[in-house]
Design a protein around this ligand. Sequence first.
Ligand SMILES: C[S@@+](CC[C@H](N)C(=O)[O-])C[C@H]1O[C@@H](n2cnc3c(N)ncnc32)[C@H](O)[C@@H]1O
Length: 286
Amino acid sequence: MCGGRVAGLASPRVDGVRAVVPPESAGLDGVVSMGWLWLNGWVRIDIGAFAGMKRICEPELMDDPLQARVYSEADFSIDDAAFTAEVLALRAETASSALEEKILDLGCGPGNISFRLAAALPAVPLLGLDGAAAMVELAERRRQASPERWPRLTFARARLPLPAGGLRDLPAAFAPPYSLLVSNSFLHHLHDPAVLWRAVARWGAPGALVMVRDLRRPESPEALREQVERHAGNAPAVLRRDYAASLAAAFRPEEVEAQLAAAGLEDLRVSPRDDRYLDVSGRLPA
Ligand SMILES: C[S@@+](CC[C@H](N)C(=O)[O-])C[C@H]1O[C@@H](n2cnc3c(N)ncnc32)[C@H](O)[C@@H]1O
């Protein structure tokens, strides 16, 4: 599924990229130069060998407590507000009174999107799912700090894919099926992307609204380098390195279209968004 593997890459935030580097990793040397990605000054990866055509996976879970904390403290507010506003607008435009409203946030991390949606739709049950204990703990801590603000919000630790019957133990209010499934910056973490689409197909109610946003992999090594320069040109080397790694782990729109076709989700539409994201949105068949 992946073109290769870069183990243990820390993941800092770079201009919209969901990535955080724990401080003790900040000393790592990572430089994108002349078609090569240099790690620690001695691991040399040919960007041309992986970024242009193949992908390289990042570690799936963000389960290092420090990494999770740094991520939760990073400021993603502009992107998160934009994503949430677009989800809410899509929901309003395509409202379906036939569906019992229930929301699932897949790969919710510390709940950045979950809390925003729950604030906008306090009466709608919302389940945030993440496989990293450290992330779910942070989300739960924030929820429990003012439970009265989040009467219908809950989080659960669950690493996808779940065995048959997974989520069955949840209180009925939060159990599948869901009328709205969202996921932000999650797809590129999955070593097997079919895991996300199977979850959508399995837990989405007929007619459910789906909105997934992720990075998209640049078309060529030159485009990758150019994008790293444009969005992280002034960032420390480690940030540029990890931005390159996240972009290399992401998918091309045509790959996502093939994933959707394989999962029987052709009703969802893939659209590039500005110069670095892709959106997958639409309704499941009613
Ligand atoms: C970059 S974060 C995105 C968090 C959140 N969606 C946001 O918008 O900030 C990706 C999250 O996906 C989670 N994750 C990765 N692979 C997973 C899997 N197989 N099952 C469940 N969660 C997973 C990671 O633990 C991490 O919290």
